[in-house]
Ligand binder design. Structure first.
Ligand SMILES: Cc1cc2nc3c(=O)[nH]c(=O)nc-3n(C[C@H](O)[C@H](O)[C@H](O)COP(=O)(O)OP(=O)(O)OC[C@H]3O[C@@H](n4cnc5c(N)ncnc54)[C@H](O)[C@@H]3O)c2cc1C
Length: 329
């Protein structure tokens, strides 16, 4: 029987509908390596196990537990939670890390309820002290940092995508352990049919993007919002927006960054014509570098910006794009 390290950290890795490891895998395994020995759990079609295990090894998983779908393609969440319960019983980890994705949050909540574990949500970092694993959070619109820990048992921690930069050392041949999973028979929503939403954009997805360029009401119209997209394309960035820009119909709701939109933690966040209301900052304040362009020097966005330009976006941004294009030549 495979022995697992005493400081094992179990990482549940989302698998995309195309059968690839989700982009969040690198950050999750990197976070796990900060606090112990990463052990990955992959629930996927058996034919994909070997390839996915190698991919997880390349991201730092020394051991990979593999479970067949067990109905995960026809029922929501429960088959994955069943696999996580089996994995956790086998590994006896010090913590369980899950992506703060829609599916990850669902899995983490169900798993924590079923095993009476502590649940720490939307962590932006993890650490260890003498008593065990800690989760760090950015709360109240990024105005405070808080730390949570479990008083008993291994905490289940959902980690914000893009928040952890640490990358674990690659493992060329991870130990692969096929997992025997007993179906719990717990009630699950059934997937009866689905429509594939084909993304027509070549831009990166907002959630988890390394660079994000967002526009606000200051852009003035849907037509003029094209300037935001132009800068994003020059940088290879995803496009985001403030709620005011969404409410004004410049872009769809899926672009909204903030308390009631998407939370992002990119390496670079550029805010164009965005005032920096607390509800917007809540979704972007953990970005590593924040650049703001706003014609009002007193706009609150400058309080969190690393670089700020007080100026008109229609004057500043075309110059920035021209400079970027010139650099590419
Ligand atoms: C419950 C609740 C939830 C919310 N959730 C969210 C959320 O998830 N995300 C979010 O973004 N907001 C959210 N809001 C709304 C939030 O409070 C703000 O109203 C919103 O963020 C403002 O968007 P804005 O900065 O684009 O617009 P404004 O506040 O109108 O700011 C526009 C800025 O553009 C600048 N500007 C104008 N023209 C130019 C120009 N030519 N060049 C340069 N700068 C220019 C102005 O100086 C101004 O600072 C929420 C509000 C509530 C009550």
């Amino acid at each position: 029987m495979t022995e697992f390290a005493a400081d094992s950290v179990l990482v549940f890795i989302d698998v995309s509908p195309a059968g690839e490891l989700a982009k969040s895998a690198a950050g999750l395994l990197g976070a796990a390596s900060q606090i112990g020995t990463p052990v990955a759990l992959i629930v996927a079609d058996e034919a994909r196990h070997s390839e996915l295990a190698t991919a997880a090894g390349a991201l730092g998983a020394g051991a990979v537990l593999t479970a067949d779908l067990g109905g995960a393609d026809t029922a929501l969440t429960v088959p994955i939670v069943d696999a996580l319960v089996a994995a956790s019983a086998l590994v006896k980890p010090d913590a369980i890390l899950v992506s703060n994705s829609i599916e990850g949050r669902d899995v983490a909540g169900r798993f924590a309820a079923r095993t009476s574990s502590a649940l720490c949500v939307d962590a932006v970092d993890v650490a260890r002290d003498d008593e065990g694993v800690l989760a760090r959070h950015s709360v109240y619109g990024g105005a405070y940092n808080s730390t949570s820990a479990a008083t008993f048992g291994a905490p289940v921690i959902t980690v914000r995508q893009g928040a952890v930069d640490t990358r674990a050392e690659a493992v060329a041949s991870p130990v692969v352990v096929p997992l025997a999973v007993e179906a719990s028979g717990a009630a699950a929503a059934k997937i009866e049919s689905f429509d594939e939403a084909v993304a027509e954009s070549s831009r990166p997805e907002l959630r988890g993007a390394a660079k994000v360029v967002s526009g606000g009401r200051g852009l003035g119209s849907a037509e003029k919002f094209a300037l935001v997209e132009e800068l994003a394309d020059a940088l290879g960035a995803a496009v985001g927006a403030s709620r005011a820009a969404v409410d004004a119909g410049y872009v769809p709701y899926s672009y909204q960054v903030g308390q009631t939109g998407v939370s992002v933690s990119p390496q670079l966040y550029i805010a164009l014509g965005i005032s920096g209301a607390i509800q917007h900052k809540a979704g972007m304040q953990t970005a590593k570098t924040i650049v703001a362009v706003n014609k009002d020097g007193d706009a609150p966005i400058f309080e969190v910006a690393d670089f700020g330009v007080v100026g008109d976006v229609f004057t500043v941004v075309p110059q920035l794009i021209a400079a970027l294009e010139a650099k590419k030549k």
